[in-house]
Design a protein around this ligand. Structure first.
Ligand code: FMN
Length: 249
């Protein structure tokens, strides 16, 4: 499979992996694809930490609540203003990037790099799963991976050779997402119609039964990402950023 469009359209997350390692050459190749991504001012305000050795791999997996436990390779992608500030110091320049604008810019750079890595990995027959749990234990992950201040883990990817054929998950279609020329606020009926693909999918209907919720939406609002948890995680994240004495937010 080497057609980019086919690779993109056939994407699915993989969460179970064989014990086969991702060899150095393959890892180097997919990282190079990440580094080719467009980025703010060509400043590349990110770093990628590849974790493969024990006991670090298992410790990191624990901080992701044991998800993707069989993954032989973990990529933690960090916003990295620290390296650029060091570059500024070496060149006897100001260090003007410890603020929201540059945190967001670095987050965009890191995301584009990550997705290039993932598409390249799929093209090479690897599987992967992004893990949002990086945002739940950011402080602990930063400590474990010895990130200096100004280096913030924002994206985690578990990767390896697939040991499962995951289901192909549904997506909202263009009718929900694509706006022509200007933003069109959908009527409630339009919104319900465009979400049928998700709400009425047999797999999701079964999830509603298993979770005992009134509908698919409620699985998210009461079980997966409830309000109180969102607030607590947000507070921890903000405190971590503030404690690093780096950010002028
Ligand atoms: C930022 C981000 C965080 C994610 N976090 C998790 C996670 O913590 N656990 C998990 O099993 N999947 C996680 N996923 C994978 C999504 O659940 C998955 O992409 C989505 O359900 C669509 O399925 P697909 O990728 O197979 O098409 C994450 C994906 C992204 C982009």
């Amino acid at each position: 499979m080497n057609n980019t469009i086919d690779i993109l359209l056939q994407h699915r997350s993989v969460r179970r992996f064989t014990s086969e390692a991702v060899d150095d050459e393959l890892l180097g190749q997919i990282i190079d694809c990440g580094l080719r991504a467009s980025n703010t001012g060509n400043m590349q305000l990110y770093s990628v930490i590849a974790t493969r050795q024990e006991p670090l791999r298992s410790e990191l997996c624990k901080l992701h609540f044991g998800q993707c436990a069989t993954a032989p390779l973990w990529l933690t992608i960090c916003t990295d203003v620290a390296r650029y500030h060091q570059y500024c110091r070496v060149n006897q320049c100001d260090e003007p990037y410890g603020n929201l604008l540059w945190f967001v810019s670095a987050l965009v750079d890191a995301s584009l790099c990550a997705q290039n890595i993932c598409v390249a990995a799929e093209a090479k027959g690897l599987g992967f799963c992004y893990l949002g749990t990086v945002n739940y234990n950011t402080r602990q992950i930063a400590e474990l991976l010895q990130c200096p201040k100004g280096v913030v883990p924002v994206i985690a990817i578990a990767m390896g050779h697939p040991d499962e054929e995951p289901r192909f998950s549904e997506r909202l279609g263009r009718d929900a997402v694509l706006h022509s020329e200007t933003y069109h606020v959908p009527t409630d009926d339009e919104l319900v119609a465009s979400h049928k693909v998700r709400d009425e999918h047999p797999f999701n209907r079964q999830m509603v039964v298993e979770n005992g919720t009134r509908n698919y939406c409620e699985i998210f609002t009461t079980k997966r990402y409830p309000h109180q948890m969102n607030v607590a995680v947000s507070r921890d994240l903000l405190n971590f950023l503030k404690d690093s004495d780096m950010w002028d937010f």
